[in-house]
Design a protein around this ligand. Structure first.
Ligand code: GAR
Length: 220
């Protein structure tokens, strides 16, 4: 790690549901002794299941409910205020199911990372596993990327891939993709907190040490 970096990078994770990617990040951060700490988990709804797990881990939590706000901008402004209380170096979207305003995204430019359940640029948006099955692709997966104001778009840090198998349903495929999400996301964030990730002038990611940035489900 470059010597100029502070001892611990501060991470805030945003969730909307069960938070299995959040759990993978929290576990990896602790078990692999990253130079980082997860300072808070913030949910887009108070009943997000992952919040109680985070609380049990002694992590600060927060929740904002979009229906309590008059507009998307008002929600995002309040969300940014909540996040910024923790002064994060990186904000990690882990199953955060809200479209973010350009103002919010630009506020965290270069510090906002998402995991999306498809091999971007294929299948942005919702129902990615059903989209994959409907189009007949033989390879599917997930993408960890920097967030830009364009939905499910931005410089790719890591990807995970799984073969589509005969008999797959969206749920079966989702489970297998989730397993590679739990490899790709912690690996990508570890590179970030180690200060190894650089953006090139043409908006591609380079990682010092050139690690393998594709994660696979066993042998394909
Ligand atoms: C994950 O599959 C993640 O990639 C996806 O939601 C799921 C959340 O699961 N994210 C998106 O679709 C964002 N557009 P988790 O709550 O168990 O991490």
């Amino acid at each position: 790690m470059p010597e100029s970096l502070p001892l611990k990078r501060r991470l805030v994770i945003l969730i909307s549901g069960r938070g299995s990617n959040m759990q993978a990040l929290v576990h990896a951060c602790r078990d692999e002794a990253w130079p980082a700490e997860v300072c808070a988990v913030i949910a887009s709804r108070p009943d997000a299941a992952g919040l109680s797990w985070a609380r049990e881990q002694g992590i600060a939590t927060g929740a904002l409910y979009h229906k309590d706000f008059p507009s998307r901008e008002a929600f995002d402004t309040a969300l940014a205020e909540e996040i910024d209380r923790y002064q994060p170096d990186y904000v990690l979207l882990a199953g955060f199911m809200r479209v973010l305003t350009p103002g919010f995204v630009n506020h965290y430019a270069g510090r906002l990372v998402n995991i999306h359940p498809s091999l971007l640029p294929m299948f942005p948006g919702l129902h990615t596993h059903a989209q994959a099955l409907a189009t007949g692709v033989q390879l599917h997966g997930c993408t960890v990327h920097f967030v830009t104001p364009v939905l499910d778009h931005g410089p790719i840090i890591a990807q995970g891939c799984v073969p589509v198998r005969v008999g797959d349903t969206p749920d079966i495929l989702a489970d297998r993709v989730l397993a590679v999400e739990h490899q790709a996301y912690p690996a990508a964030v570890r590179w970030l907190v180690e200060g190894r990730v650089r953006l090139t002038v043409d908006h591609r990611v380079e990682v010092d040490g050139d690690p393998q940035r594709l994660f696979t489900e066993g042998e394909i």
